[in-house]
Design a protein around this ligand. Structure first.
Ligand SMILES: [Zn+2]
Length: 350
């Protein structure tokens, strides 16, 4: 069984990986075996490929990539009750220790012992099959495609970010950054009730994609237009109720409070490898609330429900699909950061 293996920084190969086949021979009583169908390429997968590490997580041994996945259940453990062979599913990639303090408090995503696909030393799922707990595997309605289901993982980040902001109907939002996470955050913000969401970027093509998602999204090209002036002009000088920072750029993050209304909320989404400056004075005079998110918790079923009902449409974000045989090429293209692409996906042979 071939897997897409990151051998070390800059070196990918499609090859057999007997260790994972051996490790997953046995199926636990509460586990299911899944035949993978579609896997999205995440910025984190690409970052491990091009840098060999993300912060403290270092690729010291060959690691299988991929964590945004959908597939079909092909075998169920003896005690599995909610899933059956043939069910189409998507999977939450982070499995916490059920007995940890964080998990018992309901914040399993910040369990220090969470095992998350394609985060060293845990392997990802760009391989034909995987074994996963029933509790983190979610059945898909017939009208949600495998491609949409593989978007649930990034969408979950946006939904968690909207939840943390406590969006109220009619709120004005700003999303900084029109990458995949910025765009799913804008979609989640609208689904949560925002009347308007300003989406910023420097790449014209990404802003075109953003604008096409909804008439309630206003693209702002910050290379040409002043975001703060625009938001203030449209809100009688008041500002936006929520600002989501999804660029991971220290420069953008330094300005997060400027477009924010008094009493507003800033949600930091973009990863910052180094400490960044923070305008405490600007936050203070607004009594700004600041939230940070780490992945997500308890939102996969909500995302599936929104895709099924049509509340959220992620299809326009899927801009390219590759065959599994071409997955090394797919990563080379993804690493070149083509401006017209949002989400690239890989389809496994069925
Ligand atoms: Zn991801």
């Amino acid at each position: 069984m071939k897997s897409l293996v990151l051998e070390k920084k800059d070196v990918l190969s499609l090859r057999d990986f007997p260790a994972i086949d051996r490790a997953e021979q046995a199926l636990g009583p509460r586990d299911v075996r899944i035949k993978l169908h579609t896997v999205g390429i995440c910025g984190s997968d690409v970052h491990y490929y091009t840098h060999g590490r993300i912060g403290p997580f270092v690729v010291n041994e060959p690691m299988i990539l991929g964590h945004e996945a959908s597939g079909t259940v092909i075998e169920t453990g003896a005690d599995v009750t909610t899933l059956a062979v043939g069910d189409r599913v998507c999977m939450e990639p982070g499995v916490p220790d059920p007995n940890s303090r964080a998990t018992r408090l309901g914040m399993y995503n910040v369990d220090p012992n969470v095992r998350f696909w394609a985060t060293p030393p845990v392997h990802g799922i760009l391989r034909p099959t995987c074994v996963h707990p029933e509790a983190f595997t979610f059945k898909l309605p017939d009208n949600v495609s495998f491609a949409e289901a593989a978007m649930v993982e990034p969408l979950a980040v946006g939904v968690h970010a909207a939840t943390k902001a406590r969006v109220k109907p009619g709120d004005i939002g700003v999303v900084m950054g029109a990458g995949p996470i910025g765009l799913v955050t804008a979609l989640a913000a609208l689904a949560a009730g925002c009347a308007r969401v300003y989406v910023t970027d420097l790449a014209e093509k990404k802003l075109e994609i953003a604008a096409a998602l909804s008439p309630a999204i206003t693209p702002v090209d910050v290379s040409r237009e002043d975001l703060v002036a625009r938001v203030k002009a449209d809100t009688d000088g008041w500002g936006a109720d929520v600002v989501w920072e999804a660029t991971g750029s220290p420069k953008a993050a330094a300005g997060v409070f400027e477009p924010l209304a008094p009493g507003g909320c800033v949600v930091m989404i973009g990863g910052q490898p180094d400490p960044i400056s923070y305008d405490a004075g600007a936050a203070m005079v607004r009594e700004a609330r600041v939230e940070n998110i780490f992945r997500y918790a308890h939102v996969f079923p909500r995302c599936v429900a929104m895709l099924s009902s049509g509340t959220v449409d992620v299809k326009p974000l899927i801009t390219r699909t590759f065959d599994f045989d071409d997955s090394v090429k797919a990563f080379e293209i993804a690493a070149s950061a083509p401006p017209a692409d949002v989400k690239m996906q890989i389809e496994l042979p069925q």
